[in-house]
Design a protein around this ligand. Structure first.
Ligand code: DGL
Length: 276
């Protein structure tokens, strides 16, 4: 059904957040070609039900497969938490067992034992990611002695999507959510930014945390994990083209996407609109 020719690596997010992951992936693996797809018309995913996030994510994955991607990274924690497992186990075997869909939660969790000293981990994420319990479950699997506390930050994605993330109004929401997290476990020494939009708010998060904990951005961890994956799977590396290009696709207005994406990536962005 899909072309078996080598193709670009697909990177998907509900909106702009995945660009923070793409940026780091391109730093680590600059020779590959990429297609970024943002479902900006239907963002945020964080407040949507399991079924809807799964349905939207599967549509996006199929679109990227149609565009020739042999491998897709869900650069979205909400989609990784709510849709990845079903897509890997149920859909991929039917769609094309030789294609791969990978997420951002496991590469993050795998790395935290090298960061934390006391095993008290805080997770900041969307309502969907936090209520799925994915981080608690995966951290407990990898590191049974660690303690995980999570806090949903429902206002943060809209602040980023509306380019208000660095404005004074954002301070209130950042401080509020960070303080609730510390109130639950004052001894946290590591905070995972479990939403790919949040690195844009890093200066404000740093200010609110004030040195009480290390703040973990996922981009470099996901990029290292993907490099490692491609080294371990040369057959998959061969299915990915290398020309150093990026194509940007959005379900919203492409000019709006291009203007906002300039906050996330260096250099000009030209986007095309697609329907999912
Ligand atoms: N970037 C997505 C994530 O990592 C944000 C989700 C949203 O659309 O709410 O979870």
């Amino acid at each position: 059904m899909y072309s078996s020719a080598p193709g670009p690596i697909g990177v998907f997010d509900s909106g702009y957040g995945g660009l923070t992951i793409l940026k780091e992936i391109r730093k680590a693996l600059p020779d590959y070609d990429y297609i970024y797809l943002g479902d900006n018309a239907r963002t945020p995913y964080g407040t949507r039900s399991f079924d809807v996030v799964y349905e939207f994510t599967l549509q996006a994955v199929k679109k990227l497969f149609e565009r020739g991607c042999r491998m897709v990274i869900l650069a979205c924690n909400t989609a990784s938490a709510k849709a990845l497992r079903s897509i890997q186990q149920k859909d991929l075997p039917l769609l094309d067992p030789e294609r791969r869909v990978l997420g951002v939660v496991i590469p993050t969790v795998e790395a935290i034992d090298k960061i934390t000293k006391n095993g008290n981990i805080g997770v900041l994420g969307t309502q969907g990611t936090v209520s799925s319990g994915t981080y608690d479950i995966e951290i407990a699997k990898f590191f049974p002695r660690f303690r995980t506390v999570s806090q949903a930050c429902p206002m943060w994605v809209p602040l980023v999507e509306n380019c208000e993330y660095d404005k004074p109004g954002a301070d209130y929401f950042v401080r509020k959510n960070v303080e609730v997290l510390f109130a639950e476990e004052p001894d946290i020494d590591t905070i995972i930014l479990g939403c790919t939009h949040y690195p844009l708010m890093l200066p404000k998060i740093r200010e609110a945390v004030g040195g009480r904990a290390e703040i973990v951005c996922q981009g470099p961890l996901v990029a290292a994990s993907l490099s490692n994956y491609l080294e371990r799977h040369p057959e998959m590396a061969e299915r990915c083209t290398r020309g150093g290009t990026v194509e940007y696709l959005t379900t919203e207005n492409p000019d709006r996407f291009a203007a906002a994406a300039a906050n996330f990536v260096d250099g000009p962005v030209e986007a095309k609109r697609v329907e999912l």
